[in-house]
Design a protein around this ligand. Sequence first.
Ligand code: FMN
Length: 308
Amino acid sequence: MGTTPHMAVAIGGLTLKNPVMTASGTFGYGREFSLLVDLNRLGAIIVKGLALAPVKGNPPPRIVETPCGMLNAIGLENVGIDAFEAEKMPFLRTLAIPVIANIYGTRIEEYAALAERLDVLEGVSGIEVNISCPNVKAGGVVFGVDPEAAAAVTAAVRRRTAKTLIVKLSPNVADIVRIARSVEDAGADALSLINTITGMAIDVETRRPKLANVTGGLSGPAIRPIAVRMVWQVARAVRIPVIGIGGIVKAEDAVEFLIAGASAVQIGTANFRNPCAALEIAEGIGAFLARHGIPDVRRLASDRLRRI
Ligand SMILES: Cc1cc2nc3c(=O)[nH]c(=O)nc-3n(C[C@H](O)[C@H](O)[C@H](O)COP(=O)(O)O)c2cc1C
């Protein structure tokens, strides 16, 4: 038997004990899962997207099941930064793993103000900037589809924080590599991708959209091949770490992203079906490495795929 594989990875200034994090919006504020999951065995937790003020989100129905995935149009419902600090942080501070706050705004100044608050918030190790939510009218994805706007948000947040800065990219664009490069040049420490892909479902009996918001974001295994392709394209085009997201439900799915060039992964929709999914995936990656005699998770990335 070989020795236990090395599982730690670096993302910006953070060291994660393993490359598996929970994706924003699919794991609440962590506490909801703490009775079921030993959170300290995860690589990191990314909490639900935060805005400056509380947001109620879209009217129901907000979730629809689809073949191999789900459509959601939550509309970034969240408690707002004040309640996050007062009510959610005391628990999150007890954790031994990095807590990453996911933020969104409708104007660049809102992103900047959130970054300023989070920069001095003890217990928050990093910031993931969501410029890719397809479910809110103004903001979010507006910044994610334009290289200049994406760079402007990134630069504004960068100026306000020395904490690890991850920018989460939208797949709903023609050229994701262009956006990735401009966000890298604007000072991001890492990129995460992908957010959900805009979709729609219709109830043929009522002839009405299934979601009150009409369109929603598609997530789950259905989007994985698109996510793997985009992670591969981006990872070979930038020098900063890439975090792969999209339809990961088991360890081999995560390994696919790591081979494509991701340094770490996030688990989203799978948490709804199995609250222990992220933990099981982290353990499964270790078992995969041991089975294949690979001593270090950082050796999974394929040089050949990088050069193609
Ligand atoms: C119900 C739900 C809520 C989400 N909320 C957020 C959010 O607040 N901020 C964000 O950046 N991404 C959000 N996402 C996107 C996920 O973090 C992830 O990028 C996406 O679902 C793809 O990964 P998956 O296929 O593993 O779910 C949400 C996804 C779902 C399904």
